[in-house]
Ligand binder design. Structure first.
Ligand SMILES: Cc1cc2nc3c(=O)[nH]c(=O)nc-3n(C[C@H](O)[C@H](O)[C@H](O)COP(=O)(O)O)c2cc1C
Length: 351
């Protein structure tokens, strides 16, 4: 079995980025992407949400917004995944073009604006396709024109609670008007209270609730948000979403596009946010590190900064389906070289 992506990439990358992504999803959904062989790597075993994972690397939100292909993600070798973002009502998102490859930087800028089929259609697909044992969360967001964004999250949570392994509250989307309103403590407290009330409903399971933050938050804002999240019993955090910042190192002419930046230029900011949160929470909360992971070294940096699990997206666009295998094997060697018998020993050693 060999990696054929170097042959496919020039073809895919000549296409419009959103069309190329649509084709990739179709191929994945049809089972046309060969299974990437992941050797047993017992050192990488980890736990998140009380669940055992064979290794820490999952697929992050935005890749499969409509639950079209997630049931085939195990072919890529990921140990868990997140579908969405999903909003209650179907939403067209921002006008195209809204997805840009920064090829020279191996990065992406997106301002998709939560284009998705809406919760009814996505939940039906999700329930029909989810296979037993697969760990898949759902990324939740409010509709752009919602009169009551907190209620959107409540409706979404009710709809997905029975099938999702975790629910992510995306409170850091840079691409919609109300994407960041829950970064204010008052609205955030109200949102979490309303979700807590929902989960007193008899018979409704309460999956772990996870919040996702972006590095664009300042220190005071982060302290305030964490205080509320901890007080209200959030189960884990995902760090981080994309950034509106544009590091000086960017080379691509596309860097001026509006939207959230992902890929290697996001690595440092997202890892530093993770480290800050690990310090502030003193390791009491499971942290999922995401942002710019494209090598074992990047993955290891996030584990040492405090991540128990990891996610990626942009590396798949540039490296294809074998990215996960390469990153895991490299991470395993790095842990071995540092004398760690288990990944869990290394979590937060540089936090
Ligand atoms: C096209 C695109 C769409 C995304 N959509 C979402 C989304 O709907 N919800 C969300 O929480 N994050 C979304 N993200 C952010 C990713 O989940 C991830 O946090 C970010 O891309 C950083 O990881 P990476 O550098 O490995 O890509 C999106 C990213 C991209 C590139």
């Amino acid at each position: 079995m060999i990696d054929l992506f170097p042959l496919a990439r020039p073809f895919l990358h000549r296409m419009d980025p959103e069309d190329a992504h649509g084709l990739t999803l179709k191929l994945l959904a049809a089972g046309a992407v060969p299974q990437v062989p992941i050797p047993p790597l017992p050192r990488l075993a980890t736990r998140i949400f009380g669940r055992d994972l064979p290794h820490p690397l999952g697929l992050s939100a935005g890749f499969d917004k409509n639950a079209q292909a997630f049931h085939q993600f195990p072919r890529l070798g990921v140990s868990f995944a997140e579908i969405g973002g999903v909003t209650p009502l179907p939403q067209a998102g921002n006008p195209r073009p809204r997805l840009f490859r920064l090829t020279e930087d191996r990065a992406i800028i997106n301002r998709m604006g939560f284009n998705n089929d809406g919760m009814e259609a996505v939940a039906a697909r999700f329930a029909a396709r989810k296979t037993p044992g697969q760990i898949v969360g759902v990324n939740l967001a409010s509709n752009a024109d919602s009169a009551d964004p907190a209620n959107d999250f409540v409706r979404l949570a009710r709809t997905f609670a029975s099938h999702a392994d975790f629910l992510t509250l995306d409170i850091s989307c840079p691409n919609t008007a109300n994407g960041k309103m829950f970064l204010s403590p008052g609205p955030l407290r109200d949102l979490l209270d309303r979700l807590a009330a929902l989960f007193t409903t008899p018979g409704l399971p309460r999956p772990p609730l996870v919040a996702k933050i972006a590095p664009d938050i300042d220190d005071a804002g982060l302290d305030a948000v964490l205080e509320v999240l901890l007080e209200k019993g959030i189960d884990a955090l995902i760090l981080s979403n994309t950034t509106l910042a544009r590091p000086d190192t960017l080379k691509s002419p596309q860097q001026g596009e509006r939207g959230g930046l992902s890929g290697p230029p996001l690595l440092t900011a997202s890892t530093e946010l993770l480290r800050r949160v690990f310090r502030l929470t003193r390791g009491t909360l499971p942290l999922i590190g995401v942002g710019g992971i494209s090598s074992g070294a990047d993955a290891y940096a996030k584990v040492k900064a405090g991540a128990s699990a990891l996610q990626l997206y942009t590396a798949l666009v540039y490296q294809g389906p074998w990215a996960v295998r390469r990153i895991l094997m490299d991470l395993d060697q790095r842990l071995a070289r540092d004398g760690h018998a288990r990944l869990t020993e290394a979590v937060g050693v540089e936090g």
